[in-house]
Design a protein around this ligand. Structure first.
Ligand SMILES: *[C@@H]1O[C@H](CO)[C@@H](O)[C@H](O)[C@H]1NC(C)=O
Length: 386
C-alpha cells in the first residue's frame, strides 16, 4: 500500500511521459504437448444465420462472466446469455426499428464493450459500433431490457478497436476506463483514453475533458495516428493498456507494441506513461505486433519452469510478425509467438520511464498527446522512486 502511494505521488507530478525502455520477455522456453480437445468441456456456436449476402467479417467479439456463473457473449449484431455449461438462455439483436439511427441490417453492429457493472445489481454494459458508439445499461437476467443509454462516442465506430474495464477512479468511485483507436470513421467525438462516471446523474458514462481524458494533439489527429488496443488490465492502482502502434509521431516510422498506463485515482489522467514491449524468437527475429494479451498469475507449472513464484503476476501476450522488414508495416503475417513478461519487470520499466521524464526532461514526452511534457523538478528523484 505504501509503495502504491509513493507511485501515485510521483506520477501525479510527472506529466505524459514515455520511454524507450523496453521490457524483454522471459527467455526460458517451455513446451507442453497435448490434444486441445481434451480440454474442451463445452462449446457454443453462434446460431446467427451465416449465409446471408453480407457474411459477417467476424462473429465473435467479446465474452464476460457474471458472479452467478453465467456467460455473456457479444457477437456481431447479437448478444447472448449462456449458462455455465454454455447453453443459450437468452439472446437479443440490434434494433432496426429505430429510423433515426443506423439500422444494423445495413451496417453490422460489432460489440465493442461488454462489462458487468459491479456498481449496481443485475447490470451489464454493452456498447456497439453503430448509433455513434453509445452504450446500453441492460439487466443481466434479461439482456433485452435496456435500463438506460449512455452519451455518444463512448466506443469506437466500426473498425475502431476499443478496450475497457471498471476500476476505482476519481474519489475512490468505480469508473469505466475506455481506450479507443482513432480512425477516419470516429473523427467526430474522438477521445483516446477516458475515465467515465458510472453514476446516474443526468447522463450515463460522461467524461469531463480536463479530468477524465488523454487526448491526441492536432498533429496526431491530422496524421490519423493509430493505436490499436488489444487488452486492458488493472494492477496496483493503475489501468494498463496493451496496444500496437507507430513508435512515435515525428521521429520513427516503425511499428512496435507498447503498454501504457494511467493512474486510476488521480485528479486527472496526466500521469499517462508508456513503455515498449519486445518479443523476439530464439533466432533473433522480432514479432512486433501484439494481437492479444492476458494478465494473471503464472500458475505452478509455468512458474516452476520459469523460476517464478506460483502467485507471481505475469502478462501473457501473443505477437505476430509484420509483412516486410521488421516493424515496417502493421500488416501481420502467419508467424506468431507467445511472450510472457513478469509484472515486476514491467513495473521496473515504468519506473525507469518516470525517472527519465523527471531527470532528462522533454526527450521523454509523448509526441502525439495533447499537452505532453516532461519537466525536471527540484527534488531528489530517489525519494520518489524508492
Ligand atoms: C433467440 O431466441 C429466440 C427465443 O428463445 C430463439 O427462437 C432464436 O432461435 C434465438 N436466435 C438465435 C440466433 O440464437
Amino acid at each position: 500500500m505504501e509503495s502504491h502511494r509513493s507511485h501515485n505521488s510521483v506520477l501525479s507530478i510527472v506529466v505524459l511521459t514515455w520511454s524507450i525502455i523496453c521490457v524483454h520477455f522471459l527467455t526460458t522456453s517451455a513446451e507442453w504437448l497435448g490434444d486441445l480437445s481434451d480440454y474442451e468441456l463445452a462449446s457454443f456456436d453462434n446460431p446467427d444465420i451465416l449465409d446471408e449476402p453480407q457474411r459477417r467479417a467476424s462473429k465473435f467479439n467479446h465474452f464476460t462472466l457474471s458472479d452467478h456463473g453465467d456467460v455473456y457473449v457479444g457477437a456481431v449484431n447479437w448478444l447472448y446469455r449462456l449458462d455455465s455449461s454454455l447453453k443459450e438462455m437468452h439472446n437479443t439483436t440490434c434494433d432496426a426499428s429505430r429510423p433515426d439511427v443506423m439500422p444494423c441490417h445495413l451496417t453490422n453492429n460489432y460489440n465493442k464493450i461488454l462489462v458487468v457493472d459491479s456498481t449496481r445489481p443485475n447490470s451489464l454494459i454493452t456498447c456497439g459500433g453503430v448509433y455513434d458508439g453509445i452504450c446500453q445499461l441492460r439487466q443481466l437476467q434479461d439482456i433485452k431490457n435496456v435500463i438506460m443509454e449512455s452519451v455518444s462516442y463512448v466506443a469506437g465506430l466500426e473498425d475502431a478497436s476499443t478496450v475497457s474495464l471498471i476500476a476505482q477512479g476519481r474519489n475512490g468511485k468505480s469508473m469505466l476506463f475506455v481506450s479507443v483507436t482513432y480512425t477516419r470513421r470516429n473523427v467526430h467525438g474522438f477521445r483516446g483514453i477516458t475515465r467515465r462516471s458510472l453514476e446516474n446523474d443526468h447522463n450515463f458514462l460522461p467524461a469531463y475533458s480536463q479530468e477524465d481524458e488523454v487526448q491526441f494533439n492536432l498533429n496526431a489527429k491530422s496524421a490519423f495516428f493509430s493505436i490499436r488496443y488489444e487488452e486492458v488490465f488493472d494492477y496496483g492502482g493503475f489501468t494498463y493498456f496493451v496496444a500496437s502502434q507507430k513508435e512515435d509521431l515525428m521521429n520513427s516510422a516503425l511499428f512496435v507494441s507498447k503498454i501504457s498506463r494511467v493512474c486510476q485515482g488521480g485528479p486527472n489522467l496526466d500521469a499517462y506513461t508508456e513503455i515498449t514491449l519486445q518479443c523476439s524468437g530464439s533466432d533473433g527475429s522480432v514479432y512486433s505486433l501484439v494481437q492479444a494479451a492476458h494478465f494473471g498469475p503464472a500458475g505452478p507449472d509455468l512458474a516452476a519452469s520459469l523460476g517464478l513464484h506460483a502467485d507471481e503476476q505475469v502478462l501473457y501476450a501473443v505477437f505476430a510478425k509484420n509483412q516486410g522488414a521488421t516493424g515496417t508495416s502493421d500488416v501481420t503475417i502467419d508467424h506468431s509467438a507467445l511472450c510472457v513478461y513478469r509484472m515486476t519487470d514491467i513495473l521496473d520499466a515504468f519506473r525507469e520511464a518516470v525517472r527519465g521524464c523527471i531527470q532528462d526532461g522533454n526527450t521523454y514526452s509523448v509526441d502525439y498527446l495533447d499537452g505532453s511534457f516532461c519537466s525536471s523538478f527540484g527534488v531528489s528523484t530517489e525519494a520518489y522512486l524508492e
